[in-house]
Design a protein around this ligand. Structure first.
Ligand SMILES: NC(=O)c1ccc[n+]([C@@H]2O[C@H](COP(=O)([O-])OP(=O)(O)OC[C@H]3O[C@@H](n4cnc5c(N)ncnc54)[C@H](OP(=O)(O)O)[C@@H]3O)[C@@H](O)[C@H]2O)c1
Length: 369
């Protein structure tokens, strides 16, 4: 259950250019398709907007104008607050939209209101969901047909994943033949504020003996934010409908190779000390929380092995992992200025002192064996 909380080419639309013909008159190219992005200015939103701009869509943003309002000075913004019900969308229904991409909400009532208000005014609706919707993570290779969690009858108790399941259902109901739903796994890269990948990169950079969890064979998945953004735009540009898991990397990645790549990238002198999972548990270390992104096979074997085969077959592409490392670290460094050398800024992760203590005990334990 805890796993789910964590997840809290273009065929048309090239810019309209007036092309002088050989006869000296001018001819206009077809008009760009109109894309309305609900949200768009925090993390995944900007990646979608940037991909949309590149692809030549005529983009309008809809948000309150509070988060990063200067991010897209040349993109039209219609302001509105989605907490106030269907009337929030009154300024959007004076025109027709080719596509809506609803990026951010986890509260399904907002999706309920938006799909209701916009259903007669837009041709296609994309919703960003999450792999958190799956019923359980005991199965390796969960795909888009795998069972999703059934939300409890008491809506007041709904968690993130129940809201997402319900939101998906609303989108399918209101746009039965014209929807796309993306289910990303952990998203990393530029503008990522989760501090989980950043924990490992910063820790490796700091060097010395680094507590590496388990035996190195546990799987890990994360996808670069630009890859999700590009795929969202590819879907509308190519008319790809239905549901797609958007997890990365392309192929299975295990912790041994992940941490070795971090080490090669940032600090070849860092020494990885693989600490037995049972030992970690005895010391009260909690997967995912104390050692971010670590979801051992023994707990939820499927959580970090979600199938991305369908999206890959439809053109999901992947950024080089080293670029994701760089973007993640640059964002952290920019956000926290000179503090990024201090692993302790990663409030949820194990402290440097606690890590050192566990490592010392483990080394003694191994010597005594
Ligand atoms: N991070 C992960 O690892 C991960 C994994 C799986 C799935 N996901 C999903 O990916 C998505 C990421 O979302 P994001 O935050 O990056 O989206 P985003 O679209 O970049 O940012 C959130 C947008 O919502 C707007 N907003 C906030 N409150 C609003 C309100 N009351 N009315 C209107 N607009 C409002 C914000 O602008 P204003 O504040 O100016 O209104 C902002 O533009 C989510 O759906 C998440 O569930 C994430």
């Amino acid at each position: 259950m805890q796993r789910r909380f964590f997840l809290e080419q273009v065929g048309w639309g090239l810019s309209t250019i007036l092309v002088p013909s050989i006869l000296g008159c001018t001819r206009a190219k077809p008009k760009s398709k109109k894309l309305l992005v609900l949200g768009g200015t925090v993390f995944l939103g900007p990646a979608i907007v940037n991909a949309g701009i590149k692809a030549g869509f005529d983009i309008t943003l809809f948000n309150r104008g509070i988060s990063n309002p200067y991010l897209f000075p040349n993109v039209r913004l219609i302001k509105g607050d989605r907490t106030i019900g269907q009337k929030a969308y009154k300024d959007l229904i004076n025109e027709d939209w080719d596509f809506v991409i609803d990026v951010w909400p986890e509260e399904s009532y907002m999706v309920d209101d938006a799909t209701n208000a916009l259903k007669s005014y837009c041709k296609h609706y994309t919703f960003i969901s999450s792999i958190a919707v799956y019923d359980h993570f005991q199965t390796v290779g969960l795909d888009e047909n795998s069972k999703v969690f059934e939300p409890r009858s008491d809506k007041s108790k709904w968690e993130y994943y129940e809201e997402k399941v319900h939101a998906e259902r609303l989108v399918r109901k209101r746009f039965p033949d014209s929807h796309t739903i993306l289910r990303p796994g952990p998203i990393k890269g530029w503008r990522d504020s989760e501090m989980d990948l950043a924990y490992w990169l910063t820790r490796i950079k700091k060097g010395g003996k680094v507590l590496a969890p388990g035996n190195g064979n546990d799987p890990i998945q994360f996808i670069d934010v630009t890859d999700v953004g590009n795929f969202a735009i590819k879907c509308i540009a190519r008319g790809l409908k239905g549901t797609y898991n958007t997890t990365g990397p392309r192929q299975k990645l295990i912790w041994k190779h992940f941490l070795e790549q971090c080490r090669n990238h940032y600090n070849p002198n860092a020494e990885l000390v693989w600490v037995d999972e049972t030992f970690l548990r005895q010391k009260g270390v909690q997967s995912m929380r104390d050692l971010p992104l670590w979801a051992p096979l023994s707990e939820d074997p499927g959580f970090m092995q979600i199938s991305n085969a369908k999206a890959v077959a439809h053109g999901l592409e992947f950024t080089n992992i080293h670029k994701t490392f760089n973007d993640t670290m640059e964002w952290v460094e920019q956000t926290f200025k000179n503090k990024s050398e201090n692993v302790d800024l990663f409030t949820n992760a194990i402290s440097f002192e606690a890590e050192k203590e566990i490592l010392n005990e483990y080394i003694l334990f191994k010597k005594g064996q």
